[in-house]
Design a protein around this ligand. Structure first.
Ligand SMILES: *Cc1c(COP(=O)(O)O)cnc(C)c1O
Length: 396
């Protein structure tokens, strides 16, 4: 066993729990630890490593950009930033882009856009309706928008102006709307909340309510976007378009980058309103440009859809064979195996011994979000290993 966990425990802030594995290398859907053990990676950086680990073309793009120009600040124009913004606009319903470095930061931008819009177009309205069990990030603004109290409670008063309603309940949004309301903020599928898929007409009905009440619809596609749910953006499957949308996770294929996108009428930033040092730097946007091209021109989306269906089908097979399995959730390659017992952490721990990396997103839900490029054989092998872990955890 390596000495990394003991060294970490002495110097690193213990803000989260880790699995007892030190990973040193990856290739495609596989990663290796410092003892040489191999794992199928169904976590993929939490829905980040869209093209798999150490993709040769992405690695070359990053290396070439690093040799050319890493960063110059946003005091100047750069080519990759504009090219990625153009491609995002071309492949979404949004008109303008602003780059940041993470999902939380993207949501900060979305909150600022909505509040400025409310100041100018809705009599100073600033309140945002969010949902219970949502996740929007850990910075003070994004955590204030997050519907999980334990993430907010230790840190004093949250940013005011957020109210929370049940997810997948249009009536609750209607009842919570008043003259202070400026926007509704939703994940198309709640990711960290447990892979909660709403009714097919939910987003369409929320969109209609926002239109009728002159509210903005903000969709947090940080986890669901970039092909994760089978289309480039999850909203494409809903029949509703957002006024503001955030992206991050898969956007850089592993390189940190986030984006806030808005339709023209909601793109409120004027010179001096907002800014950052690293956002949209040439290194991150060159990576993002390559990933987005591969998704939109390279057939990765169709592949991910097919593998997502295969994964769901294989997981439903577990439902037939194991009474502890309650159901299969999700879309595309964002899937959850729902259990009757709260043994998801034990399944994940057992998975290490069987050579598969999984995530217990809730005590009773095992989450899978592998690279969009995984092969049919890797889907089968991953589910076989998950099944072995499930049996072991049940018997423990
Ligand atoms: C992960 C996530 C975030 C936060 O992204 P970070 O890059 O960790 O700040 C925000 N919203 C959703 C839906 C996420 O899944």
């Amino acid at each position: 066993m390596s000495d990394i966990p003991a060294r970490e425990a002495r110097v690193y802030m213990q803000a989260g729990r880790r699995l007892p594995v030190t990973l040193v290398r990856g290739k495609g859907t596989r990663v290796w630890d410092d003892g040489g053990a191999e794992y199928l990676d169904f976590v993929a950086g939490i829905a980040v490593v869209a093209l798999g680990h150490a993709d040769p073309a992405l690695a070359e793009v990053i290396a070439e950009q690093a040799r050319t120009l890493v960063t110059v600040s946003n005091l100047f124009y750069t080519q990759p930033q504009v090219a990625l913004a153009e491609l995002l606009v071309q492949h979404s319903a949004l008109d303008r882009v602003f780059f940041v470095n993470s999902g939380a930061e993207a949501n900060e931008g979305a909150i600022k856009l909505a509040r400025k819009w409310g100041g100018l177009h809705r009599n100073g309205a600033y309140e945002i309706i969010s949902t219970h069990n949502s996740f929007h990030g850990r910075t003070m603004g994004s955590v204030s928008a997050t519907g999980t109290a334990r993430y907010r409670d230790p840190f004093g008063p949250p940013l005011p102006g957020f109210v929370f309603v049940d997810f997948d309940d249009v009536g609750a949004i209607e009842a919570a709307t008043n003259e202070r309301t400026v926007a509704v903020l939703l994940e198309p599928i709640q990711g960290e909340g447990g892979i909660n898929v709403p009714a097919d007409d939910y987003l369409r009905r929320v969109r209609a309510w926002c239109d009728a009440q002159h509210l903005l619809l903000i969709l947090d596609e940080v986890q669901t976007g970039m092909g994760r749910t089978g289309t480039l953006w999850a909203y494409e499957q809903s029949g509703a378009e957002p006024d503001i949308m955030t992206s991050a996770k898969g956007l850089g294929g592993g390189v940190p980058i986030g984006a806030v996108l808005a339709k023209e009428h909601a793109a409120m930033f004027e010179p001096g309103d907002h800014g950052n040092t690293f956002g949209g730097n040439p290194l991150a946007t060159a990576a993002g440009l390559h990933v987005l091209r591969r998704l939109t021109e390279g057939g990765v989306l169709a592949h991910a859809r097919a593998r997502g269906e295969q994964l769901a089908q294989r997981l439903r097979g577990l439902e037939d064979r194991h009474a502890v399995v309650r159901g299969v959730r999700g879309r595309g390659l964002l899937r959850g195996l729902e259990l009757h017992r709260e043994i998801a952490p034990q399944v994940v721990a057992a998975g290490l011994g069987h050579g598969v990396l999984l995530n217990a997103v809730r005590p009773d839900v095992v989450r899978m979000m592998p690279p969009l490029t995984l092969t049919a054989e890797e889907v089968d092998a991953g589910v076989d290993r998950l099944e072995a872990a499930l049996v072991e955890a049940e018997q423990a």
